[in-house]
Every structure is written in C-alpha cells, then in structure tokens.
Write a protein that binds this ligand. Structure first.
Ligand SMILES: [Zn+2]
Length: 253
C-alpha cells in the first residue's frame, strides 16, 4: 500500500517544479512588459534612428514628425528614413530646442514621449475630439476601415500638434473631424470629402482663421480652405492630402 502511494510522488514533485518554473517565467515576462510600459505607454523606440535605416520604428517616428516637412511639402510615413525624414527630424528638434542633427536618439525620443498620451495621440488632441462630427462617436461608418480611419486621424493630430506649437501653444479647437458617410451627407459635405477618411479637421481659434490657414502650409496640410472660400468664413479647414489645394482668398492664399 505504501509502495503504491510512494511511486507517483516523484512525478508530482516534477509537475510542481514545472509549475514553479512556468510561474517564474510568467513573472519575468510581466516585469519586462511593465518596464517597457513605464518608459512609455504608447510606443517605445529601441534604437537610435538615422538616415538610411528602415522599419516600423522609422514609420512610427515619421508619424510623429509629419508636421515638420517644410513649406508646402509632405512627409510620407513609409518606414524609410531618407533625406526628407532627416530634415523633418531636424525641424522637430529645432522647434523643441534640441540639437538639430537629424538623428533620432534618446533626447528626441524623450521629447516625443513627453508629447504623447498612452494611446499615441499628441497631448493637445484626442481621438474623441476628431471623431464623428454629427454628435456620434468612433471612427466607423466611413469608406475606410475603422483602423485605417483612426490611423489617418492620428497623423492629422500630429500635424496639428506641430502647428499648435508653432503658433505658440495658443487655444485651438476642432469643430469637425471625421464624418461617417451618413454624417457627411447630413451636413452636405462633398462626396469625396477628406473628412470621410479621418484626414481633415475644421479649426477655429487663436489667433485668427487666416493665421491658421497660413501656418498650416508649413505642417504638411495639402488641403487648406479658409476665409473667402465658399462656406469657410467661420472656420479654416485643413486636411492631410498630399497634393496641395489651398484656397483662402481673404487671407491672400
Ligand atoms: Zn472641413
């Protein structure tokens, strides 16, 4: 009898040891994850980035500096760190008083971490501010998937963050951002409106609609419609299309 019970014991010990090992592995994994999350809840860069490199980390950087392409230009978030990305990083660095070497290292990433929330939106804008313009919420009901629409909205917000900073961090409000198809129809928006794709924002605020329209030209906004353009005397529309269509006659644009 005692022999019968004593035989399985080593197996039980072995199973217990296995569980202990698995538990230890789980705890280790959680600690590593928690450390990364502590560095930044949104995205953590693991290497210094410079011209000639490529990857998802480059693309994530490009989204953050998309508002610094230079006058009338547009930065593609394509994951390839070319001369245009270097120039955009330099402008970003200059805007925040960093050494403008065009190399994204710890100082640049620390600045970016300080500028973003845990959902990767820049600190002065939120997904909720840009979602359904007809009083709904969320990013569904447009021609693109919800994820693709949100990705567009994210880049729009980073370009707006650059503009906000260039204008001296003055109050800036969004009166309409993403519009679902039904929302766009109800407000009489154009059938190919950039608002449908999460790529547009209607702005009001400091210091004037014309100042907003003029400044937008430096931050990658291909679509700018403001005072003097039909239906745009009470807001300035900006969108992230990559072919310039600027029209704000009362602002000299
Ligand atoms: Zn608009």
């Amino acid at each position: 009898m005692s022999q019968y019970f004593s035989r399985p014991l080593p197996r039980i010990l072995a199973i217990m040891a296995l569980f202990a090992a698995m538990l230890a592995a789980t705890v280790t994994t959680q600690v590593v994850t928690a450390t990364k999350a502590h560095a930044d809840g949104c995205y953590t860069w693991g290497r210094t980035l410079s011209q000639g490199m490529s990857g998802e980390d480059v693309r994530q950087l490009q989204i953050r500096v998309a508002g610094y392409p230079g006058y009338g230009a547009h930065l593609a978030a394509d994951g390839d760190f070319g001369p245009a990305t270097k120039a955009a990083v330099q402008r970003f660095q200059s805007a925040y008083g960093l050494s403008a070497d065009g190399i994204a290292g710890p100082a640049t990433f620390t600045k970016i971490y300080g500028l973003q929330d845990d959902d990767c939106t820049p600190i002065h804008f939120t997904y909720a501010e840009l979602d359904d313009g007809c009083g709904g919420s969320g990013y569904d009901g447009g021609p693109l998937s919800e994820a693709a629409t949100k990705a567009n909205a994210l880049q729009t917000m980073w370009q707006l963050e650059a503009m906000w900073h260039a204008l001296g961090d003055q109050p800036l409000s969004i009166t309409s951002g993403f519009r679902s198809i039904s929302c766009n129809n109800s407000v009489g928006g154009a059938s190919n409106s950039q608002h449908l794709y999460g790529r547009a924002a209607d702005l009001v605020g400091a210091p004037s609609l014309c100042t907003l329209a003029k400044q937008a030209r430096y931050h990658g906004f291909g679509g700018i419609f403001g005072p003097g353009y039909p239906g745009h005397d009470d807001h300035t529309h900006v969108d992230i299309r990559t072919t310039n269509a600027w029209d704000a006659p009362n602002c000299g644009i």
